[in-house]
Design a protein around this ligand. Structure first.
Ligand SMILES: NC(=O)c1ccc[n+]([C@@H]2O[C@H](COP(=O)([O-])OP(=O)(O)OC[C@H]3O[C@@H](n4cnc5c(N)ncnc54)[C@H](O)[C@@H]3O)[C@@H](O)[C@H]2O)c1
Ligand SMILES: [Zn+2]
Length: 367
């Protein structure tokens, strides 16, 4: 089974990444060593599909308890964290407990933050069940929850002890959720891996069908890229910025529509169009490479429309984005396939003009 070793400031951890990897869950947890109990944190929705399989895999693990919580974005908050910490305390979880986060990015972020804060930190195993979680949120160690003031404003860097990413678990994912993860996969191709990009160009239809062999090629590759970037910049002081390719406009679109119109990946799809046009307008990327990026994004399927979102609102959000440094927004722009430049400052006029062009570009790419 392909495993990926990820170094981190809290010690290296392994990612078990293949079809059927869930079968190893019990062994992986046992291999963590001396534990007083295993506490699975998941959601009713994920549990409905995968609870039986997961429970079976960890049957032999000591003192097993399961707590289910709502994994909608609106429940990704401190109240849920408190509820889970109290449940752990009532169940007698001590410092030698192991927390298993089984679910998508919301479960991973919430349960990860619980693991980081309960008794100042207990061991964490991530079992990501969405494509986004398998290629992105389960590695890298970012955990946290939202405040009414904004997304992910309270959290901790807290790497897991192991990650078990089983692509079979994606079979039950609603199609729109699944597609949303494909945009993040395209992102990895553009920022770091021309070969992955070419593979995506050739095999997007197979990926859209969730073809196991196409997934087996792509998921570990994305995890490796993320692992490499994060290993060199765990706390997001520099290189890690490239993972935000397409995210400046993407985050603004999500926030401007109250996180209701777009799934995260869909907003990133629009965001990748935007930075590609910006790369073209500023002479960083060739027209032929820009066309390839735009075509690949379009090939994932239709994006929710941009209509009714004032550009001025996007500007206010982008300017207030926590990623803005010293008042300047730092853009990540393509320089080719597999190459980006980070820390680019741009005049808002150019950005605004580009955003207004997006619906047209999308229509042309599909036409
Ligand atoms: N920590 C990070 O580095 C990081 C990175 C990217 C995203 N995130 C966070 O992740 C969250 C988004 O996560 P997501 O895109 O994985 O979606 P999600 O966790 O919101 O899950 C989407 C939906 O799919 C359901 N679901 C999950 N797995 C399923 C399965 N196997 N079968 C059927 N249904 C399933 C969930 O119950 C939910 O309804 C956001 O809160 C975002 O901020 C964090
Ligand atoms: Zn993202």
């Amino acid at each position: 089974m392909p495993t990926i070793r990820i170094p981190s400031s809290h010690g290296a951890y392994r990612v078990y990444c293949s079809r059927g990897a869930l079968a190893r869950a019990g062994v992986v947890i046992k291999e963590l060593g001396d534990s007083s109990g295993t506490f699975v944190l998941s959601s009713p929705n994920v549990w409905k599909h995968w609870g039986r399989a997961l429970a079976k895999r960890i049957r032999g693990v000591r003192a097993n308890r399961t707590f289910l919580f709502d994994d909608s974005e609106s429940a990704k908050n401190l109240a849920t964290v408190e509820l889970l910490c109290r449940a752990l305390s009532d169940a007698g979880a001590d410092r030698r407990a192991v927390i298993v986060a089984a679910g998508g990015g919301v479960v991973g972020d919430v349960a990860g933050f619980v693991a980081a804060s309960y008794l100042r930190g207990v061991r964490l195993v991530q079992i990501p069940t969405t494509l986004v979680a398998q290629v992105d949120s389960s590695v890298g160690g970012k955990t946290g929850v939202n405040l009414p003031e904004g997304k992910n404003l309270v959290g901790a860097f807290y790497p897991p002890k192991a990650v078990i990413a089983d692509s079979e678990m994606l079979a039950t994912l609603p199609h729109r959720q699944y597609r949303s993860g494909l945009y993040e996969i395209i992102k990895y191709g553009v920022i770091a891996d021309a070969q992955l990009f070419r593979f995506l160009e050739r095999h997007m239809l197979a990926l859209l069908r969730r073809d196991p062999s196409a997934l087996a090629r792509v998921i570990p590759r994305c995890m490796r890229i993320k692992a490499r970037v994060v290993a060199r910049d765990e706390r997001e002081s520099g290189l890690r910025e490239i993972l935000n390719f397409g995210h400046t406009v993407g985050h603004a679109l999500e926030a401007a529509t109250g996180y209701r119109r777009f799934l995260h990946g869909e907003a990133i799809g629009w965001g990748m169009y935007a930075v590609t046009l910006l790369g073209l307008a500023t002479g960083r990327v060739s027209e032929s490479d820009a066309i390839r990026i735009i075509r690949l994004v379009a090939s994932v399927g239709p994006l929710p429309p941009l209509g009714g979102i004032p550009v001025a609102k996007l500007r206010r959000i982008v300017a207030g984005d926590k990623k803005a440094r010293g008042g300047e927004v730092r853009w990540v722009l393509p320089r080719g396939i597999g190459k980006v430049q980070r820390g680019v400052e741009l005049p808002w006029k150019l950005v605004a003009r580009t955003i207004l062009e997006l619906p047209d570009i999308d229509a042309k790419a599909r036409g």
